[in-house]
Design a protein around this ligand. Sequence first.
Ligand SMILES: *Cc1c(COP(=O)(O)O)cnc(C)c1O
Length: 244
Amino acid sequence: MLYFGASGQRLIMTTISAKLQAVIVRIDAAARKFGRNPDEIRLLAVSKTWPATSVREAATAGQKAFGENYVQEGLKKAAELVDLAELGLEWHFIGPLQSNKTRQVAGFFDWVHSVDRLQIAERLAEQRPDGLPSLQVCLQVNVSGEASKSGVAVAEVPFLARQVASLPRLKLRGLMAIPAPVDDFAQQRQAFAQLRETYEQLKGDGLLLDTLSIGMSHDLEAAIAEGATMVRVGSAIFGERNRT
Ligand SMILES: *Cc1c(COP(=O)(O)O)cnc(C)c1O
């Protein structure tokens, strides 16, 4: 698409579908570089702050899974896209989850990546409607220590994982983390490696997990190097969000 800016210069606007394709190419390249099978890495398109029309564009280009951080915003967008039902879109809740929002999340979303305490998991289990498939759950782990306020501490993961795995109507799939943003590749890998170690430990203890939800626009290559099975990518697909 070609636009003309206010001062008359030509601006080349890359379409969502082209940016989506570029992200898929990045994922494939990283997978190949680090000896991974690209088919084992799912792309979650993080559509927070972007309108339903943007989601529609990505969905029409073949993207199935979308991540939202705010309950109301996600529900509203999904309602505007009911005509796409045949595409089988999947909605993932990835934002901080307060107990007064669990009912709405349990009633609509397919996945929740941000469970970081037992009370929230218990509410989700209790409120998940019987007619829906189990809610797919990841535990959000704090791998950056004091730099982050959300996420369960690494040392507490095994206990929480056992508890959550035993709850009805939830299916514990794995772990999620949002490390403090750094530019250095080796440093990016380090935080993800810590999460991977915890993940392998849980699997070694007998939990049937298959999801390591790590990697965003700026660090998806490092995440793939450390075993990511789902990367959550927003700005590289939809554009830079306005900082408010
Ligand atoms: C916003 C967000 C993302 C996507 O971040 P980008 O840098 O835009 O790719 C991924 N995960 C979570 C939890 C987010 O809040």
